[in-house]
Ligand binder design. Structure first.
Ligand code: MN
Length: 332
């Protein structure tokens, strides 16, 4: 930053260069990217959906978007032209990409229909602009109105979750335990793959039903045993060519890595496994939208590690969506 420059990250001229920043300074937008307005062209646009009335256990995910934005400011050390060098994979990601933050969907308490319509409309606006929507929940019920916006764009749906989210027992159709059932019923996806299923809070009847409908279910145990990193082609039978929407319930991860969620379940996965699956998808498919849901800051620990993990996962999926394989070599 130049001397005497007064720069507030989220109010710099739209898409103008930000030259780096201390992560604890400024108003929190997603990773310090500028605010978006619908006339602007961007490669990806972040949208929060602070809605958690679909929760069936501990609430609090309405605070997810704000907590994830706050945590994502950790990634603002480098200016926007120098983001990001992925040291683990020895490559640049999201370099030169135009990313912006659209803020949150306006929520009206106890008005499910209105909130769902507003969510679908907001995502459709982002899609119409040509950008990839990057969604922060909210509880998992938000994924249903989000993917409704993709009606003109056929996609394969990949669901990272402890739970299969095929609940059919609750009278109300849209809880955070039912997005997969709704997506299936409305025929919104070309195929559905669920990864990371485990624990004792899935209904055996629902899982059998989902498999009968042709849903591919890969348990947490199977995912570990497949060892994606050792052989990425292990997933070539699962992820055909085409467009993909990825939905990440943060309870996919082990509670030791993601304690801040309403329904923690032992035996979960970790970031490297998630990252490997995202890479496997990008080998054959094109990611056209994605979400992270179920981050509940009220039960996160003091390090806010769950919100940090969610921010990192958003960047990982964003890179999967925007970067071509083998993008720009490292430069001095
Ligand atoms: Mn879920």
């Amino acid at each position: 930053m130049k001397d005497n420059d007064i720069t507030v990250l989220s109010t710099v001229s739209p898409f103008g260069p930000v030259e780096g920043n201390m992560p604890y300074a400024g108003i929190a937008t997603f990773a310090g990217y500028p605010l978006w307005s619908s006339e602007q062209k961007a490669d990806a646009v972040v949208l929060g959906v602070p809605y958690d009335e679909g929760t069936t256990y501990r609430p609090g995910t309405r605070f997810g978007p704000r907590a994830v934005r706050n945590a994502s400011m950790f990634y603002t050390y480098e200016g926007q032209d120098d983001r990001f060098y992925d040291a683990d994979r020895d490559r640049w990601i999201l370099r030169g990409k135009t990313i912006a933050d659209a803020g949150d969907v306006a929520i009206e308490p106890l008005n499910l229909e209105k909130n769902q319509a507003a969510t679908t409309r907001a995502v459709a606006t982002i899609l119409q602009s040509g950008a990839v929507p990057a969604i922060i929940g909210g509880d998992h019920s938000i994924t249903h109105p989000v993917v409704r916006a993709f009606k003109q764009k056929p996609f394969h749906y990949v669901h990272f979750d402890t739970h299969a989210d095929c609940d059919r027992i609750f009278g109300s159709g849209d809880t955070h335990g039912s997005p997969v059932a709704r997506i299936m019923e409305e025929g919104l996806a070309q195929s559905i793959t669920i990864l990371g299923v485990r624990g004792l809070t899935n209904s055996g009847h629902d899982l059998a039903w989902a498999r009968e409908q042709g849903v591919r279910i890969i348990t947490a145990r199977e995912l570990r045993e497949r060892r994606v990193a050792a052989d990425p082609d292990l997933f070539s039978d699962i992820f055909p060519k085409g467009n993909y929407y990825l939905s990440l319930d943060i309870d996919f991860f082990d509670p030791s890595a993601a304690p801040g969620t309403g329904t923690p379940e032992p035996g979960g996965l970790f970031f490297p496994e998630f990252s490997d699956v995202v890479q496997a998808v990008t080998k054959k498919g094109t990611i056209i939208g994605f979400d992270v849901v179920e981050v509940s800051p009220l039960v996160d620990d003091r390090s806010q590690i769950t919100a940090h993990l969610a921010a990192r996962c958003l960047l990982e999926m964003m890179s999967g969506a925007l970067d071509q394989a083998g993008t720009a070599p490292p430069a001095c």
